[in-house]
Design a protein around this ligand. Structure first.
Ligand SMILES: C=CC1=C(C)/C(=C/c2[nH]c(/C=C3N=C(/C=C4\NC(=O)C(C)=C4C=C)C(C)=C\3CCC(=O)O)c(CCC(=O)O)c2C)NC1=O
Length: 244
């Protein structure tokens, strides 16, 4: 269902950036599960380039049961650019949830004007994909912008509306990255490092996918996948969520 989204991202990345592979810890690059109704595979890719220090994306394919495309771009620590966050989920065709955002590192007015306001014209074209749904796991005021796309939708809308919206958000992201101010002062770079680290901690601690990963691949693998790959700058909670 989201394969064309992955292919578009790859074409963009490979044609625009000087990518090199970034290693994925052993055993986490892919996995296969026979526990569910359909066989499930999970596969991840990770790259870096001068502008983006970590580019990761993951595809889960459990046939009709589940299709997930998840990705985060982490800009180099010299940029205050928001992270590009993508989370597209389809469960059994009827339940489709899509989230796409430039995830802000800071929330002051000057920052939002510079890095979030440019999304507005794109966002305004896709009202049906911005449904103001309530967040149960995350906090909409932390690491989400007010112009995020967040919708429960259907397969037709994914093809006809989400795909063009996705392309526009990605194009805007590249454009902003190209012209983004570069920071080199150590205290400014430190502030960016800290904010990106906090993003990993925030995301790992709240990740709604832990249960999904555990059910397919076991809680140990799920824990490693979260803390060693997806959000590697996060420190695991003292008591893993599976045992709480
Ligand atoms: C491979 C990793 C990965 C997967 C597969 C994943 C899945 C995932 N994301 C979800 C929700 C969600 N996901 C997001 C957003 C994001 N989530 C992100 O990982 C990113 C980058 C964004 C930002 C765009 C939001 C806002 C929700 C709704 C959760 C809520 O209500 O708080 C859910 C819950 C769906 C439900 O309501 O049943 C799952 C299972 N999250 C992951 O990290």
């Amino acid at each position: 269902m989201f394969q064309p989204f992955k292919e578009y991202l790859e074409e963009e990345l490979f044609s625009r950036f000087d990518l090199s592979s970034r290693s994925i810890p052993a055993g986490l690059e892919s996995n296969l599960s026979d526990r569910g109704k359909n066989q499930a595979t999970i596969q991840s890719w990770c790259y870096q380039c001068p502008q983006l220090r970590k580019i990761r994306y993951t595809y889960i394919d459990a046939g009709e049961t589940a299709q997930v495309f998840n990705s985060v771009m982490y800009p180099s620590h010299n940029y205050q650019m928001p992270l590009l966050g993508i989370d597209f989920l389809s469960f059994g065709k009827k339940k489709i949830l899509v989230v796409l955002d430039f995830q802000p590192l800071f929330r002051d007015r000057a920052y939002l004007d510079k890095y979030i306001e440019p999304m507005r014209t794109v966002r305004d074209k896709y009202n049906e994909l911005a449904q103001n749904l309530e967040m149960k796991f995350y906090d909409a005021n932390q690491y989400f912008s007010k112009y995020l796309l967040f919708a429960k939708t259907d397969a037709d809308t994914v093809v006809n509306r989400l795909f063009p919206a996705y392309q526009e958000y990605i194009q805007l992201y590249w454009q902003m990255l190209e012209s983004a101010e570069q920071f080199t002062a150590p205290e400014q770079v430190q502030r960016i490092i800290k904010a990106q680290q906090d993003y990993d901690q925030y995301s790992a601690d709240r990740d709604p996918a832990h249960g999904l990963f555990s059910s397919y691949f076991g809680s140990e693998w799920a824990e490693r996948f979260l803390y060693e790959f997806l959000f590697e700058d996060a420190v695991p909670l003292a008591v893993p969520s599976g045992s709480r």
